[in-house]
Design a protein around this ligand. Structure first.
Ligand code: HAM
Length: 435
């Protein structure tokens, strides 16, 4: 009986691992050069941790389980609650601001579709302990630093930015009660994902007063920050958030990534814990779902039993990103995942044992080396060496009886003879230059 992979999961064959590692290595490299340190947590946590403030959508998508002791657990659908828990545990000893990143494997029981799976990797970058909008700018910059390095230009992607604090102030002015805001955010977040009549019906169910519903629709239709005032009066609170947004755009300009960023009042975010600046990254053609998203969550640590401490950050998944990079021809492709310093070949079967011995010696000396299992002709072994991306090939033949090896440079085809003792005395280096 053949057992298929579980729906929504992926098998990573060696050639898929090349792509996965290339993406994740890039995330890590860029995080480090932006001054972030890596952390990780457990893959499963108490179920209640994800039920507290992540929002209904994520709760419905949880993979939950009960352990043998009857504890209710869940596979992590995101790492932000874990981050809040971990920081709270050591809050007094951690120097602020805390700049941490992580690349967790996450699980969400979504309906599998293009770019949406049940198991995926997500790059997380967060700054905790800084309430200035400069921290939001720095995390957005970090995301764009990576995306730009991967080859994506402002013609390919866009960061759509808004503010929940501003939206809350405007909705209050329209007459929405404080305790209704969270549910309304969840509805507004659906606007770009649903046909307009379905969205309007959802909104009408949430906001029963027709006039208020109309004003919200009007507000969601504004195309610029300047236009907001003509639709809803700007209170002092709303004005402060508008000023904060302006400063964010100014800082992104100073950092040289302003061309990627636009204001979009429709960005609300699906997760319930966001409190201020919010953003999502999309392909410019808007053909795919979000590449990533994030924002400020100033109340989450307090909610998890810690002090009141501001936080901001984002998550970028590997699935949509890989689709976009592939579409743009920017995905790293490699014939083989192997990179060898040496391939050891034998010119005659009688040297097979020596080949094994030599390969083992090279490996023990810290070099990558391989040999052929088949007692094939030398030309076939050389082909294998080239398929495995060997930099050099050691050929053990008649010369070996005089204690000599033939070293062939696979790039130039040049061969040289060298004494075995000298070869090892010279300490061949992993770059393949030894010998
Ligand atoms: P999120 O918007 O739920 O945010 O996810 C961020 C990104 O993760 C999405 O834009 C998408 O690229 C990827 N993603 C989410 N679900 C799936 C899925 N089922 N399959 C493939 N990719 C997916 C968060 O998770 C926040 N915790 C991010 C954050 C960090 N906010 C502050 N700090």
């Amino acid at each position: 009986m053949k057992i298929p992979p579980v729906k929504g999961t992926r098998d990573f064959y060696p050639s898929d691992m090349v792509v996965r590692n290339w993406i994740i290595d890039g995330w890590k490299r860029v995080s480090l050069r932006n001054g972030f340190e890596e952390y990780d947590g457990p893959i499963f946590e108490y179920l209640k941790m994800f039920q507290m403030k992540s929002g209904d959508e994520i709760v419905e998508q949880l993979f939950s389980l009960q352990d043998r002791g009857g504890r209710e657990l869940a596979l992590r659908p995101e790492i932000t609650p874990t981050l809040a828990r971990m920081v709270n545990q050591r809050i007094s000893s951690l120097p602020k601001p805390i700049k941490w990143f992580s690349v967790p494997r996450l699980f969400r029981a979504e309906r599998p579709q293009k770019g949406r799976l049940r198991e995926f990797f997500q790059w997380n970058v967060d700054i905790i302990g800084e309430d200035d909008v400069l921290a939001d700018a720095e995390t957005i910059f970090c995301a764009l630093d990576y995306l730009q390095e991967a080859g994506l230009t402002p013609d390919d992607i866009v960061v759509k930015i808004s503010s929940r604090k501003m939206l809350a102030a405007l909705l209050r002015t329209i007459g929405i009660a404080e305790d209704k805001l969270e549910d309304l955010y969840a509805v507004l977040d659906k606007r770009s994902k649903l046909p307009s009549d379905t969205f309007e019906q959802m909104l009408a169910e949430n906001v029963t007063d027709e006039n208020k519903g109309k004003r919200i629709l009007e507000l969601m239709g504004v195309g610029s920050v300047e236009q907001i005032g003509s639709v809803v009066e700007l209170t002092k609170e709303a004005k402060e958030s508008v000023d904060e947004l302006s400063r964010l755009f100014e800082l992104l300009g100073v950092m040289g990534v302003g061309d990627y960023c636009i204001f979009d009042i429709g960005i609300v975010r699906g997760l319930a814990y966001y409190t201020g600046i919010v953003y999502e990254i999309y392909d410019k053609a808007s053909e795919l779902r979000a590449i990533g998203g994030g924002g400020r969550y100033d109340n989450l640590l307090k909610l998890f039993g810690g002090p009141s401490i501001p936080a901001t950050g984002f998550g970028i998944g590997d699935c949509i990103l890989a689709i976009l990079l592939e579409e743009k021809g920017l995905l790293q492709k490699q014939r083989s995942t192997r990179q060898l310093d040496y391939f050891v070949a034998f010119a005659d079967k009688q040297f097979f044992q020596k080949t094994i011995e030599m390969t083992a010696k090279l490996r023990l000396a810290g070099l990558s080396a391989n040999f052929s299992y088949k007692s094939a002709k030398l030309s076939k072994q050389l082909k294998e060496a080239s398929d495995q991306n060997a930099k050099k090939c050691i050929i053990i033949g008649e010369e070996f009886k005089d204690n000599e090896l033939v070293i062939k440079d696979m790039a130039t085809g040049q061969q040289e003879l060298i004494k075995v003792d000298k070869f090892f005395a010279d300490k061949p280096t992993p770059s393949g230059t030894g010998g």
